[in-house]
Design a protein around this ligand. Structure first.
Ligand SMILES: NC(=O)c1ccc[n+]([C@@H]2O[C@H](COP(=O)([O-])OP(=O)(O)OC[C@H]3O[C@@H](n4cnc5c(N)ncnc54)[C@H](OP(=O)(O)O)[C@@H]3O)[C@@H](O)[C@H]2O)c1
Length: 327
Protein backbone atom coordinates (compact mmCIF):
# COMPACT_ATOMS: atom_id res chain seq x y z
CA UNK A 1 0.00 0.00 0.00
CA UNK A 2 1.29 3.46 -0.93
CA UNK A 3 2.61 5.41 2.05
CA UNK A 4 1.18 8.91 2.46
CA UNK A 5 3.63 11.65 3.44
CA UNK A 6 2.14 14.31 5.71
CA UNK A 7 3.16 17.86 6.54
CA UNK A 8 1.78 19.85 9.48
CA UNK A 9 1.72 23.66 9.74
CA UNK A 10 0.87 25.64 12.90
CA UNK A 11 2.45 23.64 15.71
CA UNK A 12 0.13 24.47 18.61
CA UNK A 13 -2.23 22.54 20.84
CA UNK A 14 -4.15 20.51 18.25
CA UNK A 15 -1.10 19.83 16.07
CA UNK A 16 0.46 17.94 19.00
CA UNK A 17 -2.61 15.74 19.49
CA UNK A 18 -2.92 15.14 15.76
CA UNK A 19 0.76 14.19 15.36
CA UNK A 20 0.49 11.71 18.28
CA UNK A 21 -2.28 9.97 16.33
CA UNK A 22 -0.69 10.28 12.91
CA UNK A 23 2.27 8.13 13.97
CA UNK A 24 -0.18 5.32 14.90
CA UNK A 25 -1.72 5.07 11.42
CA UNK A 26 -0.15 2.40 9.19
CA UNK A 27 1.54 3.51 5.95
CA UNK A 28 1.56 7.10 7.11
CA UNK A 29 4.72 9.19 7.46
CA UNK A 30 5.21 12.52 9.21
CA UNK A 31 7.39 14.02 6.50
CA UNK A 32 7.63 17.69 7.49
CA UNK A 33 6.48 20.26 10.03
CA UNK A 34 6.51 24.07 9.94
CA UNK A 35 6.09 26.76 12.54
CA UNK A 36 6.59 30.52 12.53
CA UNK A 37 8.64 29.89 15.68
CA UNK A 38 11.93 28.10 14.96
CA UNK A 39 12.33 26.52 18.41
CA UNK A 40 8.76 25.19 18.19
CA UNK A 41 9.51 23.65 14.79
CA UNK A 42 12.71 22.02 16.06
CA UNK A 43 11.13 20.66 19.24
CA UNK A 44 8.08 19.33 17.44
CA UNK A 45 10.19 17.71 14.74
CA UNK A 46 12.36 16.02 17.38
CA UNK A 47 9.39 14.84 19.44
CA UNK A 48 7.46 13.33 16.54
CA UNK A 49 10.50 12.43 14.37
CA UNK A 50 9.48 14.33 11.26
CA UNK A 51 11.95 13.96 8.39
CA UNK A 52 12.03 17.71 7.62
CA UNK A 53 11.25 20.89 9.50
CA UNK A 54 10.78 24.48 8.37
CA UNK A 55 10.55 27.91 9.97
CA UNK A 56 7.91 29.13 7.56
CA UNK A 57 4.90 27.47 5.95
CA UNK A 58 5.82 28.34 2.35
CA UNK A 59 8.92 26.13 2.45
CA UNK A 60 6.82 23.19 3.63
CA UNK A 61 4.19 23.79 0.94
CA UNK A 62 6.93 23.61 -1.71
CA UNK A 63 8.59 20.47 -0.29
CA UNK A 64 8.15 17.89 -3.10
CA UNK A 65 8.25 15.00 -0.63
CA UNK A 66 4.99 16.10 1.07
CA UNK A 67 1.68 14.66 -0.26
CA UNK A 68 -0.82 16.25 2.11
CA UNK A 69 -0.76 19.13 4.58
CA UNK A 70 -2.69 19.33 7.84
CA UNK A 71 -3.51 23.00 8.46
CA UNK A 72 -3.60 23.57 12.23
CA UNK A 73 -3.40 27.37 12.29
CA UNK A 74 -6.06 29.65 13.82
CA UNK A 75 -9.40 29.92 11.99
CA UNK A 76 -8.74 33.29 10.26
CA UNK A 77 -5.68 31.80 8.54
CA UNK A 78 -7.29 28.55 7.33
CA UNK A 79 -8.27 30.03 3.98
CA UNK A 80 -4.92 31.60 3.02
CA UNK A 81 -2.85 28.64 4.27
CA UNK A 82 -5.05 26.05 2.56
CA UNK A 83 -5.12 27.96 -0.71
CA UNK A 84 -1.35 28.40 -0.69
CA UNK A 85 -0.86 24.67 -0.06
CA UNK A 86 -3.34 23.68 -2.77
CA UNK A 87 -1.67 26.00 -5.28
CA UNK A 88 1.60 24.16 -4.57
CA UNK A 89 -0.18 20.90 -5.45
CA UNK A 90 -0.64 19.64 -1.89
CA UNK A 91 -3.76 17.84 -0.73
CA UNK A 92 -5.19 19.58 2.35
CA UNK A 93 -6.86 18.51 5.57
CA UNK A 94 -7.82 21.80 7.24
CA UNK A 95 -8.97 22.19 10.83
CA UNK A 96 -12.54 23.23 11.48
CA UNK A 97 -14.07 25.63 10.67
CA UNK A 98 -12.88 25.31 7.05
CA UNK A 99 -13.21 29.08 6.58
CA UNK A 100 -14.50 32.04 8.58
CA UNK A 101 -17.61 32.36 6.41
CA UNK A 102 -19.35 31.15 3.26
CA UNK A 103 -17.21 33.36 0.97
CA UNK A 104 -13.95 31.94 2.30
CA UNK A 105 -15.16 28.33 2.03
CA UNK A 106 -16.29 28.94 -1.55
CA UNK A 107 -12.85 30.31 -2.48
CA UNK A 108 -11.15 27.29 -0.91
CA UNK A 109 -13.39 24.83 -2.72
CA UNK A 110 -12.97 26.67 -6.04
CA UNK A 111 -9.17 26.52 -5.71
CA UNK A 112 -9.24 22.80 -4.93
CA UNK A 113 -11.57 22.18 -7.88
CA UNK A 114 -9.50 24.29 -10.31
CA UNK A 115 -6.26 22.63 -9.22
CA UNK A 116 -7.76 19.14 -9.05
CA UNK A 117 -6.60 18.72 -5.46
CA UNK A 118 -8.10 16.96 -2.45
CA UNK A 119 -9.51 19.20 0.30
CA UNK A 120 -11.36 18.22 3.48
CA UNK A 121 -12.44 19.96 6.68
CA UNK A 122 -11.12 18.10 9.73
CA UNK A 123 -14.52 17.31 11.22
CA UNK A 124 -13.14 14.28 13.00
CA UNK A 125 -16.39 13.30 14.78
CA UNK A 126 -17.81 12.23 11.40
CA UNK A 127 -15.23 9.42 11.15
CA UNK A 128 -15.22 8.11 14.71
CA UNK A 129 -16.40 4.49 15.17
CA UNK A 130 -19.10 5.32 17.76
CA UNK A 131 -20.52 7.99 15.47
CA UNK A 132 -20.48 5.49 12.60
CA UNK A 133 -22.52 3.13 14.81
CA UNK A 134 -25.11 5.84 15.44
CA UNK A 135 -25.16 6.57 11.73
CA UNK A 136 -25.82 2.89 11.04
CA UNK A 137 -28.64 2.67 13.59
CA UNK A 138 -30.31 5.66 12.01
CA UNK A 139 -29.77 4.46 8.43
CA UNK A 140 -31.16 1.05 9.46
CA UNK A 141 -34.25 2.94 10.69
CA UNK A 142 -33.87 1.58 14.23
CA UNK A 143 -35.46 4.66 15.82
CA UNK A 144 -37.78 5.64 12.97
CA UNK A 145 -38.03 9.24 11.76
CA UNK A 146 -35.80 11.53 13.83
CA UNK A 147 -37.94 14.14 15.60
CA UNK A 148 -35.56 15.70 18.14
CA UNK A 149 -31.84 16.24 18.65
CA UNK A 150 -30.28 17.79 21.73
CA UNK A 151 -26.55 18.43 21.68
CA UNK A 152 -24.12 20.89 23.15
CA UNK A 153 -20.41 21.52 23.55
CA UNK A 154 -19.06 23.59 26.43
CA UNK A 155 -15.92 24.03 28.45
CA UNK A 156 -14.94 26.59 31.03
CA UNK A 157 -12.48 29.00 29.40
CA UNK A 158 -12.98 31.85 31.87
CA UNK A 159 -9.33 31.71 32.87
CA UNK A 160 -8.20 32.41 29.31
CA UNK A 161 -7.59 36.07 28.56
CA UNK A 162 -9.36 38.32 26.07
CA UNK A 163 -6.35 37.87 23.77
CA UNK A 164 -6.70 34.06 23.70
CA UNK A 165 -7.87 32.42 20.49
CA UNK A 166 -11.23 31.55 22.11
CA UNK A 167 -12.12 35.18 22.93
CA UNK A 168 -10.14 37.44 20.58
CA UNK A 169 -12.27 38.21 17.48
CA UNK A 170 -9.08 38.76 15.42
CA UNK A 171 -8.20 35.12 16.17
CA UNK A 172 -11.70 33.91 15.26
CA UNK A 173 -12.84 33.89 18.92
CA UNK A 174 -16.34 32.78 19.90
CA UNK A 175 -17.89 29.44 20.78
CA UNK A 176 -19.81 28.80 17.56
CA UNK A 177 -16.85 28.55 15.18
CA UNK A 178 -14.75 26.62 17.69
CA UNK A 179 -17.13 24.18 19.37
CA UNK A 180 -20.73 25.07 18.42
CA UNK A 181 -19.82 23.65 15.03
CA UNK A 182 -20.08 20.13 16.58
CA UNK A 183 -23.74 20.24 17.72
CA UNK A 184 -24.54 22.08 14.49
CA UNK A 185 -22.89 19.25 12.56
CA UNK A 186 -24.89 16.60 14.44
CA UNK A 187 -28.23 18.21 13.58
CA UNK A 188 -27.18 18.91 10.00
CA UNK A 189 -25.94 15.36 9.48
CA UNK A 190 -29.10 13.65 10.71
CA UNK A 191 -31.78 16.21 9.83
CA UNK A 192 -30.25 18.19 6.97
CA UNK A 193 -30.35 21.92 6.31
CA UNK A 194 -33.03 23.43 8.57
CA UNK A 195 -36.04 25.31 7.25
CA UNK A 196 -35.70 27.93 9.96
CA UNK A 197 -33.33 28.77 12.80
CA UNK A 198 -33.39 30.84 15.94
CA UNK A 199 -30.42 31.92 18.04
CA UNK A 200 -29.68 33.77 21.25
CA UNK A 201 -26.23 34.61 22.62
CA UNK A 202 -24.34 36.04 25.56
CA UNK A 203 -21.70 38.17 23.86
CA UNK A 204 -18.42 39.36 25.36
CA UNK A 205 -17.39 43.04 25.32
CA UNK A 206 -15.46 42.22 22.14
CA UNK A 207 -18.72 40.96 20.62
CA UNK A 208 -17.99 37.27 20.33
CA UNK A 209 -20.29 34.54 21.66
CA UNK A 210 -19.39 33.30 25.10
CA UNK A 211 -22.65 31.35 25.28
CA UNK A 212 -24.90 30.52 22.36
CA UNK A 213 -28.19 28.67 22.11
CA UNK A 214 -29.66 27.86 18.72
CA UNK A 215 -32.69 25.96 17.50
CA UNK A 216 -32.97 24.37 14.08
CA UNK A 217 -36.56 23.82 12.92
CA UNK A 218 -37.64 21.29 10.33
CA UNK A 219 -41.05 20.24 9.02
CA UNK A 220 -41.44 17.53 11.63
CA UNK A 221 -38.35 17.88 13.84
CA UNK A 222 -36.41 20.25 16.04
CA UNK A 223 -32.80 20.42 17.20
CA UNK A 224 -31.85 22.26 20.40
CA UNK A 225 -28.18 23.14 20.18
CA UNK A 226 -25.77 25.01 22.43
CA UNK A 227 -22.13 25.98 22.89
CA UNK A 228 -20.31 27.84 25.63
CA UNK A 229 -16.98 28.89 27.11
CA UNK A 230 -18.62 29.83 30.43
CA UNK A 231 -18.83 26.48 32.26
CA UNK A 232 -18.08 22.78 32.08
CA UNK A 233 -20.75 20.13 31.41
CA UNK A 234 -20.84 16.38 30.75
CA UNK A 235 -21.88 16.76 27.08
CA UNK A 236 -24.16 13.89 26.19
CA UNK A 237 -26.09 14.03 22.93
CA UNK A 238 -29.64 12.74 22.48
CA UNK A 239 -31.27 11.75 19.23
CA UNK A 240 -34.95 10.80 19.45
CA UNK A 241 -36.98 9.10 16.77
CA UNK A 242 -40.62 8.06 16.77
CA UNK A 243 -39.63 4.48 17.64
CA UNK A 244 -36.62 4.89 19.93
CA UNK A 245 -33.75 6.98 21.21
CA UNK A 246 -29.99 7.09 20.82
CA UNK A 247 -27.68 8.48 23.49
CA UNK A 248 -24.10 9.43 22.75
CA UNK A 249 -22.35 9.43 26.10
CA UNK A 250 -20.02 12.10 27.48
CA UNK A 251 -18.21 13.69 25.61
CA UNK A 252 -20.40 12.88 22.68
CA UNK A 253 -18.27 14.42 19.92
CA UNK A 254 -15.52 11.93 20.66
CA UNK A 255 -17.30 9.29 22.70
CA UNK A 256 -16.55 5.57 22.68
CA UNK A 257 -19.95 4.73 24.19
CA UNK A 258 -23.35 4.90 22.54
CA UNK A 259 -26.71 3.48 23.50
CA UNK A 260 -29.83 2.56 21.55
CA UNK A 261 -33.12 2.38 23.46
CA UNK A 262 -36.16 0.74 21.90
CA UNK A 263 -39.26 -0.08 23.98
CA UNK A 264 -37.21 0.63 27.13
CA UNK A 265 -34.67 -2.08 26.11
CA UNK A 266 -31.09 -0.85 25.96
CA UNK A 267 -28.37 -1.89 23.52
CA UNK A 268 -25.01 -0.47 24.53
CA UNK A 269 -21.95 -0.39 22.28
CA UNK A 270 -18.40 0.55 23.26
CA UNK A 271 -15.46 1.05 20.97
CA UNK A 272 -11.72 0.91 21.61
CA UNK A 273 -10.24 3.89 19.87
CA UNK A 274 -6.93 3.87 18.08
CA UNK A 275 -5.22 6.92 19.58
CA UNK A 276 -7.23 9.92 20.65
CA UNK A 277 -9.70 9.60 17.75
CA UNK A 278 -7.94 11.62 15.02
CA UNK A 279 -6.69 8.41 13.39
CA UNK A 280 -10.03 7.88 11.65
CA UNK A 281 -10.04 11.17 9.76
CA UNK A 282 -6.38 10.56 8.89
CA UNK A 283 -7.25 7.13 7.44
CA UNK A 284 -10.10 8.70 5.46
CA UNK A 285 -7.73 11.27 3.95
CA UNK A 286 -5.12 8.60 3.14
CA UNK A 287 -7.74 6.45 1.41
CA UNK A 288 -9.13 9.38 -0.57
CA UNK A 289 -5.64 10.36 -1.75
CA UNK A 290 -4.84 6.77 -2.73
CA UNK A 291 -8.03 6.71 -4.82
CA UNK A 292 -7.30 10.15 -6.35
CA UNK A 293 -10.51 11.55 -4.89
CA UNK A 294 -10.92 15.33 -4.57
CA UNK A 295 -13.36 15.15 -1.67
CA UNK A 296 -14.51 12.66 0.92
CA UNK A 297 -17.92 11.12 0.38
CA UNK A 298 -18.43 11.19 4.17
CA UNK A 299 -17.71 14.90 4.65
CA UNK A 300 -17.76 16.60 1.29
CA UNK A 301 -17.37 20.17 0.05
CA UNK A 302 -21.11 20.84 0.04
CA UNK A 303 -21.33 19.70 3.67
CA UNK A 304 -18.61 22.18 4.68
CA UNK A 305 -20.27 24.95 2.66
CA UNK A 306 -23.68 24.26 4.23
CA UNK A 307 -22.13 24.40 7.70
CA UNK A 308 -20.46 27.73 6.86
CA UNK A 309 -23.78 29.15 5.60
CA UNK A 310 -25.56 28.03 8.77
CA UNK A 311 -22.88 29.58 10.98
CA UNK A 312 -23.13 32.83 8.98
CA UNK A 313 -26.92 32.82 9.50
CA UNK A 314 -26.58 32.20 13.24
CA UNK A 315 -23.99 34.96 13.57
CA UNK A 316 -26.26 37.38 11.69
CA UNK A 317 -29.06 36.69 14.19
CA UNK A 318 -26.90 37.49 17.22
CA UNK A 319 -24.63 40.18 15.76
CA UNK A 320 -21.18 38.58 15.49
CA UNK A 321 -19.04 40.13 12.76
CA UNK A 322 -15.42 39.24 12.00
CA UNK A 323 -12.91 41.25 9.96
CA UNK A 324 -13.11 38.56 7.28
CA UNK A 325 -16.84 39.36 6.83
CA UNK A 326 -16.16 42.98 5.90
CA UNK A 327 -12.80 42.80 4.06
N1 LIG B 1 -10.34 18.97 16.07
C1 LIG B 1 -10.11 19.30 17.32
O1 LIG B 1 -10.29 18.51 18.25
C2 LIG B 1 -9.60 20.67 17.63
C3 LIG B 1 -9.22 20.99 18.93
C4 LIG B 1 -8.65 22.26 19.17
C5 LIG B 1 -8.51 23.15 18.12
N2 LIG B 1 -8.92 22.82 16.87
C6 LIG B 1 -8.76 23.77 15.75
O2 LIG B 1 -7.38 23.89 15.48
C7 LIG B 1 -7.04 25.23 15.17
C8 LIG B 1 -5.87 25.64 16.06
O3 LIG B 1 -6.25 25.56 17.42
P1 LIG B 1 -5.16 25.36 18.59
O4 LIG B 1 -5.91 25.17 19.85
O5 LIG B 1 -4.15 24.35 18.18
O6 LIG B 1 -4.52 26.83 18.58
P2 LIG B 1 -3.15 27.35 19.22
O7 LIG B 1 -2.42 26.27 19.93
O8 LIG B 1 -3.45 28.60 19.97
O9 LIG B 1 -2.36 27.84 17.91
C9 LIG B 1 -2.11 27.03 16.80
C10 LIG B 1 -1.05 27.68 15.93
O10 LIG B 1 -1.57 28.87 15.32
C11 LIG B 1 -0.51 29.81 15.12
N3 LIG B 1 -0.83 31.05 15.86
C12 LIG B 1 -1.13 31.19 17.16
N4 LIG B 1 -1.32 32.49 17.47
C13 LIG B 1 -1.15 33.17 16.32
C14 LIG B 1 -1.22 34.55 15.95
N5 LIG B 1 -1.52 35.49 16.85
N6 LIG B 1 -1.01 34.88 14.67
C15 LIG B 1 -0.70 33.95 13.76
N7 LIG B 1 -0.62 32.63 14.03
C16 LIG B 1 -0.84 32.26 15.29
C17 LIG B 1 0.76 29.20 15.71
O11 LIG B 1 1.43 28.56 14.65
P3 LIG B 1 3.04 28.49 14.57
O12 LIG B 1 3.45 27.25 15.33
O13 LIG B 1 3.34 28.43 13.13
O14 LIG B 1 3.57 29.75 15.20
C18 LIG B 1 0.17 28.17 16.68
O15 LIG B 1 1.05 27.14 16.93
C19 LIG B 1 -8.30 26.06 15.37
O16 LIG B 1 -8.82 26.43 14.11
C20 LIG B 1 -9.27 25.14 16.09
O17 LIG B 1 -10.61 25.28 15.64
C21 LIG B 1 -9.43 21.60 16.63
Amino acid sequence: MKSIHWGIVGLGNIAHKFASDLVLVPNCILQAVASSDSSRALEFSKKFKSKNYYFNYTDLFSDPSVDVVYIASLHPFHKSHSIEAIKQGKAVLCEKPLGMNKGEVMQMIKTAKDKNIFLMEALWTRFNPAFEQVNKWINDNKIGPVRYINASFSFNAQDRGVDSRVFNPKKGGGSLLDIGIYPLFLAYHFLGFPQDLKASAVLTKEKVDEQLGFIFSYNRAQAMLYSSFSHDEDMRATICGENGEIYMESKWHNTSNVKLVIDKKEIKKSFNFLGAGYTYEIEEVNNCIRKNKLESSKWNWKNSLDIAILMDNIRKKVGIIYNSDVN
